[in-house]
Design a binder for this molecule. Sequence first.
Ligand code: ATP
Ligand code: MG
Ligand code: MG
Ligand code: MG
Length: 565
Amino acid sequence: MRASQYFISTLKEAPNEAELPSHKLMLRAGMIKRIASGIYTWMPLGLRVLRKVEAVVRSEMEAAGSVELFMPAVQPAELWQESGRWEKYETGLMLRIKDRHDRDFCFGPTHEEIITDIARKEINSYKQLPKNFFQIQTKFRDETRPRFGVMRAREFIMKDAYSFHADFDSLVDTYGRMYQAYSNVFSRLGLKYRAVAADTGAIGGTGSHEFQVLADSGEDLIAYCPDSDFAANIELAEAVAPAGGRPASAEPLARVATPKVKTIDELVAFLSVDIRRTVKAVVVESEDGAPVLMLVRGDHTLNEVKAEKVAGIKTPLTFASPDAIRAAFGAGPGSLGPVGFSGRVIADRTVAAMADMITGGNEDEVHLTGVNFGRDCPEPEVADIRNIVAGDPSPCGKGQLAICRGIEVGHIFQLRTRYAEPMGCTFLNREGKQQTMEMGCYGIGVSRVVAAAIEQNYDERGIIFTDAMAPFTVVIVPMGYGRSDTVRAAADDLYRQFSEAGVDVLLDDRDERPGVLLADSELIGIPHRVVIGDRGLKEGQVEYQGRRDSEASPVPLAGVVAHIR
Ligand code: ATP
Ligand code: MG
Ligand code: MG
Ligand code: MG
């Protein structure tokens, strides 16, 4: 590619909106442009990187026996009604659409329903199983707080795969292959990552892992044991942590506080900001019938289990919509009286910190029900009323837990019959009987991977791409392409050699000052740079500099292609 014909549009300063280094650098490098909140155009340079990630993902998926297809982005409501998710899918996350006939559709946040519909129609016999399908496609999730550019976007690109099986053993086998394929993908992309056990929410069982790129800016907390391979998303670690660590909290069920926020609307507004996206507000009823605002981590069933086992709360938990909060605490914009919180019992620092933000720490320690473990009710069966901290004993029994942050770039999941059952996805087994298929699903946030990789690899000069992800593997920077015939001839010839060798090469023949060309090549993260100037050419030499090298070194012009390949 010749830069003069290409489109490079870099910025000296990052726009104010960007907080994370990856977001700033992607904007400065001109990889992405924001169109609306959480909605981005992938500019030519960014698209090249995205395509490189896709290529690695595609090759590993195919090597693992997955077959590519392409499903529609817009999905009919009927399928979601069959699976029971049309009403339930996380409130607000789904972008719902009506067509001209007033029929309901959504822009797909995920594709379990569509693929299950295909499998039930196309697969009839055990002889066709197992099958694994994947696609690389645009998803839309109307995230409460889109941020960090493409890291948490509303429209984003996911590789999603779905496997179908005659029995659980076959699912476990494919799950293992996917685990390995994901490990290969992230290793080939040069990422420092960790596979961690993840909560399976309503499905149950142990079959779920997230692939987390390790970065301090990550939104997820990971508990891991340096002395074994135990690693889990902290939500899950809290559930499996052994008894006999620190004692269960004897804190009261709820505190009563006069909130810092004074009106119900203020409270609703505060909660909807979703300060920490892992915290949700739930309204439950205490034993005396008074509403209690409970702040819980995440959206997982685990919290319902906790609520019931720990607090004896019978009311089924519904995640509080603004209307539910208003209904529970009084109508309209009236002033908010004292509110009960459960931040202490659901012993979690994030939750407790959020409660403090709402109350300003201004709370009266009142036992709304006076529940005390062991005295008023049996000790909870799940040893999960814990606030895991570094140094706690690891569930593996081998050492102490350490805690780090991660960016979830992949998630694999044994769905079992969660979709196949309600949607009647069956096959004829060896005995000629109808049997429900076992199913797995496997996602990679392809567009998020680009941001996550940059989050791990940059310096004060810009992005540092690995060869596998770089928009161009090598850039030729001629010193005076328009001025010197010798330089131009050598640059053109080298460009031809790289192209013929199949190396992705950028010839920066733009009519710009050398300083601009050099700075741009560093900002956009090209891993290898060859600078060609009159002086070096006299000795048959060019300057080579790897993106991580502190300085350039002379290399014979004749050997430079071999040097980089
Ligand atoms: P998160 O916990 O970050 O919200 P998720 O658990 O909701 O992600 P999954 O449903 O597991 O996401 O989707 C598979 C993958 O898609 C995730 O592992 C992640 O890499 C990616 N992904 C999910 N939501 C987004 C988003 N809003 N923007 C970019 N990538 C996303
Ligand atoms: Mg999510
Ligand atoms: Mg997640
Ligand atoms: Mg996930």
